[in-house]
Write a protein that binds this ligand. Structure first.
Ligand code: SDX
Length: 434
């Protein structure tokens, strides 16, 4: 990656009577940054920013988010245009390589991804080590982490060819591994990929086909899931992507880095929120119980939060939630669920929350996870698979960000510091004197 950092001035800091100046770099869109790499060396002080609310950890050209305007761009293209007019593999190429491909380039990319969709036969043995009721995300962390034991020929991150093969293997095998986790949880046989199908149809078939009878993928459902995958593909430096970058900064192989990203995504405050949001809607159950949960969400002494609401960056409606809301209605119509009670609860909860002073003041809007759960359940997936689907899609962003990190001339091993407020230096005391 070529660094495009352009100096547009300086920021002055006065500390302990000393003046310091730091360069300011200009962004294409969004906030400029103050380059404080020399701060500790010059001033002896660290910055303090738990949760990195004001910290840019890297330079990136992949995704831009405007939290106030509710804008999300992949390589400059608005997410709603890509979701409506493109398809998963074309957007995956854009996110990873930076430009929309011409027809020949896309065909070559699709052929490569298709030809890597099978997994090593011995990888299946890992599934047998799990209980059948294991959460599929636990299986994903274990099996993806094990991939580096099978693909030694693509773990040298300094080799461009190995980076390419490892990337294509990850993009191609994640749907197969995810579908196998689902089949394993149901005690059904694994279904091999079908190279005649497109990426998302292949995944649906591996999840829902059985050897005992033919299976036709419903194009309406495949199109809806393809859109959902596009919406979940990348999201700047979120927790799981930052985990992948930090793991990768030590030179760890891409399979291990993606496994670390899966572990971070599983948290209910992050990718696990789609599962938690549906469970919450089921717990609310009926519209008349909504006020009780709104009050709990506002109660500082109650740890309950409205799952699927709020976002570190979006202080406006998550643009993905808008597209998902529309896809949700399309899927429910396609599967003939006219009066899905949970959708009614979700829409009424959204209406009430958006009018409530607390949510307005704290700028809490529905995020990507609010409508995805209802849509995925209507597609036939169990709640425990929702975050797995998020991981399948986000693998594109994790790979793109990992490649960008490996090629970033400014990248060093990630090693944050701290403010130490523990015990002052003291001598060991023998137990008889304690
Ligand atoms: C994803 O980073 C990404 O880009 C993530 C993601 C991606 O694509 O990678 O977009 C995917 O993770 C979406 C978010 C899914 N998580 C949820 O829906 C879980 C519920 N949301 C919250 O946990 C919370 O909103 C977070 C974790 C998403 C954001 O947390 P922040 O930015 O740290 O905000 P905060 O927790 O500091 O909230 C600010 C205030 C707090 O009140 P005060 O301390 O100021 O009094 O808003 C309140 C919070 O208590 N608040 C909520 C709330 N979310 C925040 N109150 C009730 N319900 C909520 N959902």
């Amino acid at each position: 990656m070529n660094s495009e950092l352009k100096n547009v001035g300086a920021a002055k800091l006065s500390l302990a009577g000393e003046a310091h100046e730091f360069p300011v770099f200009k962004a294409t869109h969004g906030p400029d940054v103050i380059d404080i790499r020399r701060l500790f060396g010059e001033s002896g002080a660290f910055t303090f920013d738990p949760g990195f609310t004001s910290t840019a950890s890297c330079e990136s050209k992949i995704t831009f988010i405007d939290g106030d305007e509710g804008v999300l761009l992949y390589r400059g293209y608005p997410i709603d245009q890509l979701a409506e007019d493109s398809n998963f593999l074309e957007v995956a190429y854009l996110v990873v390589y930076g430009e929309l491909p011409d027809r020949d380039t896309l065909d070559t990319f699709e052929t490569s991804i298709t030809r890597h969709s099978m997994v090593h036969e011995q990888l299946k043995n890992f599934y047998n080590g799990f209980r059948r009721d294991a959460h599929p995300m636990a299986i994903m962390v274990g099996v993806v982490g094990a991939l580096s034991a099978f693909y030694h020929d693509s773990t040298d991150i300094a080799d461009p060819h190995q980076r390419l093969i490892a990337s294509h293997r990850m993009l191609s095998k994640m749907p197969t591994i995810a579908a196998m986790a689902y089949k394993y949880s149901m005690g059904q046989p694994f279904v091999f990929p079908d190279n005649a199908l497109d990426y998302t149809s292949n995944f649906i078939r591996m999840c829902f086909a059985v050897p005992a009878e033919p299976y036709e993928v419903d194009p309406v459902l495949s199109s809806a899931l393809d859109k959902i995958f596009i919406l979940h593909m990348d999201h700047e430096q979120n927790a799981s992507t930052s985990t992948v970058r930090l793991a990768g900064s030590s030179g760890a192989n891409p399979f291990a880095c993606i496994a670390a990203g899966i572990a971070s995504l599983w948290g209910p405050a992050h990718g696990g929120a789609n599962e938690a949001a549906l469970n919450m809607l089921e717990e609310i159950g009926t519209i008349d119980r909504i006020p009780e949960f709104i009050n709990r969400a506002k109660d500082k002494d109650d740890p309950f939060r409205l799952m699927g609401f709020g976002h570190r960056v979006y202080k406006n409606y998550d643009p993905r939630a808008k597209v998902l809301r529309k896809a949700c209605h399309e899927v429910l119509d396609a599967v003939g669920i006219r009066d899905e009670p949970l959708l009614k609860v979700a829409m009424e909860l959204e209406r009430i929350a958006l009018e409530d002073e607390y949510f307005i003041e704290k700028k809490l809007y529905p995020n990507v996870d609010f409508y995805s759960g209802i849509t995925l359940r209507a597609l036939g997936f169990p709640t425990t698979m929702f975050t797995v689907l998020f991981a399948v899609a986000r693998t594109v962003g994790w790979i793109a960000q990992w490649l960008e990190m490996v090629l970033d001339p400014n990248q060093k091993i990630g090693r944050p510091r701290q403010i130490y407020t523990g015990a002052p230096k003291r001598d060991y005391m023998p137990i008889e004197q304690r």
